[in-house]
Each structure stands twice: as C-alpha cells, then as structure tokens.
Write a protein that binds this ligand. Structure first.
Ligand SMILES: *[C@@H]1O[C@H](CO)[C@@H](O)[C@H](O)[C@H]1NC(C)=O
Length: 132
C-alpha cells in the first residue's frame, strides 16, 4: 500500500508539472509542398534548427518563470530555398494576464498568426521578409 501511494504521488506530480507549464507551437500551414524551418531561443537556451513539412508542428512546453520573465523568440524560414523569413517573439510572459499560457502560431503564406490559449479567430501578427 505504501509503495502504491508513492507511485501515485510521483504520477500526480508528473501530471501537475505538465499541466502547469507554458508552451508554444508553430504550425506549418504555408502551402502544400513548402517546408518550414525554425530556430528558437530564450536567454539561456538554444533549441537548434528544425524543419517541418506542411501540416507539421514544432514546439514544446517549459517552466514559465514566476516573475513573468519568460521570453522565447524564433527565426522562421519558408518558401523556395527558405528565402522568406521572420523573427518573432513566440512567448513573452509579461504580456499575458496569468502564467502557463498555451501560445500557438499559424505560419501561413501571407504571414504569421497567433492564438493565445485557444482563442479564436487567429490574429495576424507578423509579415514575412524576402521575396516569394
Ligand atoms: C531574411 O531575409 C532577408 C531578405 O531576403 C535577408 O536579407 C536576411 O538576411 C534574412 N535573415 C535571415 C536571418 O535569414
């Protein structure tokens, strides 16, 4: 019984941990056949380069800083030869009313749209640089 309780408490804390994180996700919705490349960073982390096909998603969750200091930004490339790009702030703790937000980005042909905590409709946020 004691052992069961320990396992239960561990599972509960793993679950709570995930439910309490902030997160962001970037969806490649540019166009069929067009890849999206992303490189995301924060002040103390570099998440490397990742490529996603049309319909794919890149993102992760993280511990949201208690003093609203969480800040993640990404460079995104798309189009033929990745000749269009955008530098976007994907998660900025101080902008949101509470912690542990779920921020989604729809990366599209005409720009990059945001949805915070499932809000609809998607809001246009960033233009692309570079030619099509
Ligand atoms: C973004 O595109 C512009 C215009 O094509 C280019 O000058 C710039 O170097 C690109 N930036 C990155 C980070 O690739």
């Amino acid at each position: 019984m004691y052992r069961f309780t320990i396992i239960f408490v561990i599972l509960l804390s793993i679950y709570t941990e995930q439910a309490n994180g902030g997160s962001f996700f970037l969806y490649n919705q540019v166009r069929h056949g067009v890849l999206m490349k992303v490189h995301c960073k924060s002040g103390d982390s570099d998440h490397g380069w990742h490529v996603r096909k049309y319909g794919g998603v890149y993102g992760f969750d993280f511990k949201d800083h208690i003093l609203d200091k969480t800040l993640y930004w990404c460079n995104i490339w798309s189009g033929p030869d990745f000749n269009r790009n955008a530098s976007i702030v994907v998660y900025e703790g101080k902008l949101y009313e509470h912690r542990n937000n779920w921020i989604r980005w729809s990366v599209r042909g005409d720009g990059i749209y945001q949805s915070i905590n499932g809000a609809q409709p998607w809001k246009f946020k960033y233009h692309w640089y570079g030619s099509l």
